[in-house]
Design a protein around this ligand. Sequence first.
Ligand SMILES: [Mn+2]
Length: 480
Amino acid sequence: MSIRIFGAAVAVLLSCAQALWAGPLQDDLKARRARVMERLTPQSLAIVWSAPTRVYSGDVDYEYRQDSNLLYLAGVTQPDTILVLMPGNKTQREILFVSEPNPRREHWNGHILTKAEATAESGIANVYYTGQFESFLTAMFGQSSFGSPRLAETQEYATFFAAVAAGKASLALPLGAPPPPSAPLTQPFQFANQARERFFNVGVTDTIGILSDLRQVKTPYELQVMEQSGLISSDAHKAGMRTARPGRFEYEVEAAIEHTYLSRGAMSWGYPSIVGSGPNATTLHYNASSRKMEDGDLLLVDAAGNFQGYTVDITRTYPVNGRYSAPQRALYEIVLEAQLAAIDQVRPGRSFMAAHDAAVRAVTRGLIKVGILKGPLESDLREGRYKPYFMHKTGHWLGLDVHDVGDYRIDGESRLLEAGMVFTIEPGLYVAPDDKTVPAKWRGIGIRTEDDIVITADGHRILTDALVRDADEIEAFMAG
Ligand SMILES: [Mn+2]
């Protein structure tokens, strides 16, 4: 008897524990949602949808990737999930809709979160099934309560209902830029149109700006995840360096890199690996990885894993035989100097473009030094003569997406850096194999070096510092 009572007590405790959320991630998710709601009017009903599943072929889907905004706010990685935020509500300002349990489907495709599990993952107490979403909306715009009868008694939704009655309700949707006139509408645009046909006097506002602003400045929790992501991807690059040698194929290096992601708990790559040897190193987004590497080749590897939804972005360029040739090393030193000059510009209050400007100046100076450009420096800079060899920008924001959200300019001015922003510094030099304007020794050399920087209160930290970077270090690592 006492054992049964004890057992029951344990069961009650366990179910309480399951209904609660006590993790640092859930606290952070809650704070992120609160910051979104601070920027919405109390008359708003904000919706964020999960990403659709996508067919790979036949009845097989691609690996599922959650919508970054939903992941950012709810932390739930399964499809058919909808987040609703109603900042004007009395107590239930966050509402989550998740798939209904389906034993048959789960038998084939794996577990679907129960409501209690969805609460534990997201920190959202109010969870309904996705099948109830339409009736929820109909109720909200019909000014009738939804959920437990208690919510009607306490007038949970009174602020939103008053807004609907006054024609001041606002649907806050992640719209972003409209698709071109003849392109299909994205789900939020489609939804906005349907809502306006059914519920009159409803305004629609775009939440993409709010979400992008918030995502641009990482929380301490996000930075911890990115730090871990940086360590895994640095180790992956080291595994690639150990694998590269003349006679092996690019895909063998790719396999060593991606093996490291999975064996270290990363879900997959953060973006498709670029493993380009010899002339392929001059193709910016080469992804065939099919060439046999030869003695004397450089290998350009741009790769990083997706760890808990976050990716870093790392590039290294190294000799497959372990030794840079003299021309390879000369250009490598230029790229590295450009990277260091750019990193030196990174601190709070400095403009985002300062790093690029410093890299361009260093690249131009280096190209003059080796005779590829003729100088003088200021005229080569003014005419942009580096551009045939360095044709991309020096960096981009980084986070849930490899080219993460966030403004680069505000009111026409380059964005000033703030603590918590994360971005790449990745100068490169690419001499086309058929470039007859330069001596033959330079042709077909492609080099990029890329590291990831966090802005701190008083400067910066390099997230990807665990990986060898300068030419001597790389040669020593490959010899070891
Ligand atoms: Mn990059």
